[in-house]
Design a binder for this molecule. Structure first.
Ligand SMILES: [Zn+2]
Length: 236
């Protein structure tokens, strides 16, 4: 049976001379793996469409063994700025990798798909990248079951105030009484994380949080993001 649905490319691995193994994030089925036969040579079917930062409609057949056979793809939307601007390219790659490591295979998550589309749209429209990335991180962590606990102390269970210590290892905030020992996430402001207007004014602080939640994501998924390397050198 032939299926057709919207998708983003997460990963593309060459397979032999002419084929690719694709990892797609689809609107209705979540993350799936597919096999694109003759994709390297068949510009007519795939040319420029199965690429990062392109929303496309993939047509595929299910095969036994769980791997799909991707037949062709048509472009729905190209997020051109993400392809052309070096910094946006890196942020976009980070977002795709984040989806990849947070999402198990064959687990539909349409809200996650919308979050990615929302982020790409914002970046493509030229809105400031860092606050959009931070909101995307918090949203996708929540949608994938890795949500940091920002409400109650991980040690004593008490509600915390606006400012609290953050512990990556314990998965959330620690109150000021329990957090006297140096926690690895430093001090955070919960109010700040909810206020886009404040974020726009303090991009340096946003970058600090983006790095924090990257480390949080890597720690709890036990996976490494390739694009986190460029983050270390990034300044605002
Ligand atoms: Zn406490």
């Amino acid at each position: 049976m032939m299926n057709r649905q919207e998708a983003y490319l997460l990963r593309k691995t060459p397979h032999g001379e002419r084929d690719y193994v694709l990892t797609l994030f689809t609107r209705e089925s979540g993350k799936i793996s597919g096999f694109a036969k003759n994709a390297k040579t068949s510009g007519k079917r795939f040319g420029g469409r199965i690429e990062p930062f392109v929303l496309f409609r993939a047509r595929y057949k299910e095969r036994s063994g769980g791997l799909m056979l991707v037949d062709d793809a048509e472009t729905v939307k190209v997020f051109r700025r993400l392809m052309e601007d070096v910094e946006l390219f890196l942020w976009g790659s980070l977002a795709l990798e984040t989806i990849d490591i947070l999402t198990p295979k064959d687990a539909p998550n349409e809200e996650m798909f919308e979050a990615l589309t929302g982020l790409f749209t914002e970046l493509d429209e030229g809105r400031s990248a860092l606050p959009a990335i931070l909101e995307f991180q918090l949203r996708t962590l929540a949608l994938s079951g890795y949500e940091p606990n920002l409400e109650t102390c991980a040690e004593c269970g008490k509600e915390v105030g606006d400012r609290a210590h953050f512990s990556i290892r314990r998965g959330g905030v620690v109150c000021t009484e329990c957090g006297t020992r140096a926690e690895n996430g430093g001090l955070i402001s919960r109010e700040f994380l909810r206020r886009r207007d404040l974020m726009e004014l303090h991009l340096e602080k946003v970058l600090k949080y983006v790095k924090l939640f990257l480390r949080f994501t890597e720690y709890h998924t036990e996976k490494k993001l390739n694009s986190s390397r460029f983050m270390e050198e990034l300044t605002v």
